[in-house]
Design a binder for this molecule. Structure first.
Ligand SMILES: C[S@@+](CC[C@H](N)C(=O)[O-])C[C@H]1O[C@@H](n2cnc3c(N)ncnc32)[C@H](O)[C@@H]1O
Length: 262
């Protein structure tokens, strides 16, 4: 997705409650652009929509008429949200999707626990699979295994909340999954997302992450830095803010703008 379109969508989705930062959206858009350039096609899926903040952007990545968006959330069945991660609301989700995503998009909603979801009902060949549902080890591990089963050869799995002290289950699931399924390699971690690809195709995405100019074009260049460190059997690209970085004080940019445009 073009960075300007992604920035517009982020702005429009400002009022949607959820957990999806501007930088995460720009990382999604950059990787989507790599898929477009390399003719990686297929449906897209998200487990855990809450009010649809990330689903809106993923939906906008889909080519209407050719690609559909599948989503799964327990919605009203919050008593089965074992990890207490978010709280989906189907009405709010559908309202937000209608407002922010072209009406021509085919959205297939699975209102149930993701552990009850089967590859047979959602199909295969996915180019994008975002996991942001239950955060307990077995929930996240089940979601990773399902994603691996339905992903197309050149597709991406994106996992929310990796390495977060509040959500150790996601990290446990990631490590167990990568240990068992050696077909997958990590591409990059940053902005609270970890991206995985089939090992045979990960170089395509890694090269795009390594491209400084490309990162800058998507607004995820400096002050964010990139480093690479060993992780399990691979090396992992990490997008991070240096510990000495201090964001400009609140309102500074607005005050500067006022000086130039009184
Ligand atoms: C962190 S929120 C999702 C945030 C959302 N992606 C966003 O952009 O704001 C997690 C969502 O997963 C749903 N959920 C939790 N456990 C689930 C499970 N086991 N199966 C399906 N959905 C689940 C919750 O209802 C909630 O809507």
């Amino acid at each position: 997705m073009d960075p300007n379109k992604a920035a517009r969508l982020v702005e429009q989705a400002n009022t949607v409650h959820g957990w999806f930062s501007r930088e995460a959206a720009m990382l999604f858009a950059l990787l989507d652009e790599v898929q477009q350039e390399n003719a990686v096609t297929g449906p897209l899926f998200e487990i855990g929509v809450h009010h649809g903040k990330s689903a809106c952007l993923i939906g906008a990545m889909a080519a209407p008429g050719r690609e559909h968006l599948g989503v799964c959330d327990v919605f009203g069945g919050q008593e089965s949200n074992a990890s207490g991660s978010g709280s989906g609301d189907r009405d709010v989700f559908e309202r937000n999707m209608r407002r922010l995503v072209p009406g021509t998009l085919d959205v297939r909603v699975f209102g149930k626990l993701s552990s009850a979801l089967r590859a047979g009902e959602i199909g295969t060949g996915y180019r994008w699979f975002h996991i942001d549902g239950g955060h307990n080890p077995n929930e996240a591990l089940g979601d990773l295994r399902l994603a691996a089963e339905v992903l197309g050869e050149t597709g991406l799995i994106v996992v929310d909340d990796p390495f977060r002290p509040e959500w150790p289950g996601v990290t446990e699931a990631l490590i167990r999954f990568l240990d068992q399924d050696t077909r997958f390699a990590p591409v990059v971690v940053g902005f609270n997302k970890l991206v995985l690809a089939h090992r045979l195709h990960s170089a395509l995405y890694c090269a795009a992450i390594d491209d400084r100019a490309r990162r800058a074009a998507y607004g995820i260049g400096p002050p964010w830095l990139l480093k690479e460190l060993p992780f399990l059997r691979d090396s992992l690209r990490i997008l991070y803010l240096p510990s000495h970085y201090r964001p400009p004080p609140d309102g500074l940019l607005a005050r500067i703008a006022k000086v130039f445009r009184p």
